[in-house]
Design a protein around this ligand. Structure first.
Ligand SMILES: C[S@@+](CC[C@H](N)C(=O)[O-])C[C@H]1O[C@@H](n2cnc3c(N)ncnc32)[C@H](O)[C@@H]1O
Length: 275
């Protein structure tokens, strides 16, 4: 996608969170929960994903709310053309790409994340990756960082969706979990301060974690090619190219149906205007 054909993000008609009834996947609302909004407002944790067995996965709110660091810069250097940051959070990557004048759009269903990204001068839309998006099939680079391969709890469905968002020669820069894990789970956002106080946590939603080996295997099984792997400051990244299979409409449509089926079902006809 060239800068001139890039989407003009941020139109007011499209930047609000759509209601749950609209047929979007159920998980996106979970990140609109108070603990996440509070953490992003203050730029500080503690914030966790709490599993159903009570174990806590810490979330690095302070790092997300700071500027892009050395490890992030290894990703930024590999971005080409127009960049879609999926689950952009408070927007450090969007901001870092915007500063030198790159075409970049952050998407995130959490209004607090979108607000913070815009405060940094970045373009962001309040959307789920499974919603209709501007520039589908034309993005040169897509980012799934900071555990975002876990979005929706079904990595195959997410990869299929990203395959349809990217241009045929596009690249997905994805971060793997630091541990060699492959797990799907139900989690909820929790500030760790009061498990029983509903103000302190959100609803449970599906999530997954994939270490390097699992992410590589999953991507290859879904028709992607691993172009590069690297690590920086204890974080692990893969550059993935979508093969023809990763972009087939049928495979992606099936995967999206699977994800949407967790919500109210339907075909996602929520009438969001993309451009
Ligand atoms: C683990 S956090 C990562 C934060 C982020 N990458 C950053 O730079 O701060 C996951 C992010 O993905 C977003 N998210 C959750 N479900 C999503 C979905 N269906 N589509 C897009 N983003 C989603 C959340 O709102 C949250 O901001």
């Amino acid at each position: 996608m060239t800068a001139s054909s890039a989407p003009a993000p941020g139109t007011r008609s499209a930047d609000r969170a759509e209601p749950a009834e609209a047929g979007r996947p159920a998980d996106h609302l979970s990140w609109c929960a108070d603990p996440y909004a509070r953490a992003l407002r203050t730029g500080r944790g503690p914030l966790f994903l709490r599993r159903t067995d009570g174990r806590l996965l810490p979330l690095e709110v302070e790092r997300w709310c700071a500027g892009a660091d050395e490890a992030d810069r290894t990703v930024l250097r590999r971005c080409t053309g127009a960049v879609l940051d999926i689950g952009c959070g408070p927007g450090r990557m969007v901001a870092a790409l915007t500063a030198p004048g790159r075409t970049v759009l952050g998407i995130d269903p959490a209004p607090a994340a979108v607000a913070r990204t815009r405060d940094l001068g970045g373009a962001a839309l309040c959307r789920s990756v499974f919603d209709p998006l501007p520039g589908e099939g034309r993005w040169d680079s897509a980012l799934l960082l900071d555990g975002n391969i876990g979005i929706g709890g079904d990595p195959a469905a997410l990869l299929a969706r990203v395959g349809r968002l990217l241009a045929p020669d596009g690249v997905l820069l994805a971060e793997a979990a630091p541990a060699e894990v492959e797990e799907r789970m139900e989690v909820r956002l929790d500030d760790g301060r009061g498990d029983t106080d509903p103000d302190r946590h959100g609803p449970f939603f599906p999530w997954s974690r994939l270490g390097r080996t699992a992410l590589r295997a999953r991507a290859e099984a879904e028709g992607w090619t691993v172009a590069e792997e690297w690590d920086a400051r204890g974080r692990f990244f893969l550059a993935l190219r979508p093969g023809r299979d990763a972009r087939t409409v049928r495979g992606a449509a099936e995967a999206e149906r699977r994800i949407r089926g967790r919500g109210r079902g339907g075909d996602g006809g929520h009438g969001v205007t993309s451009r």
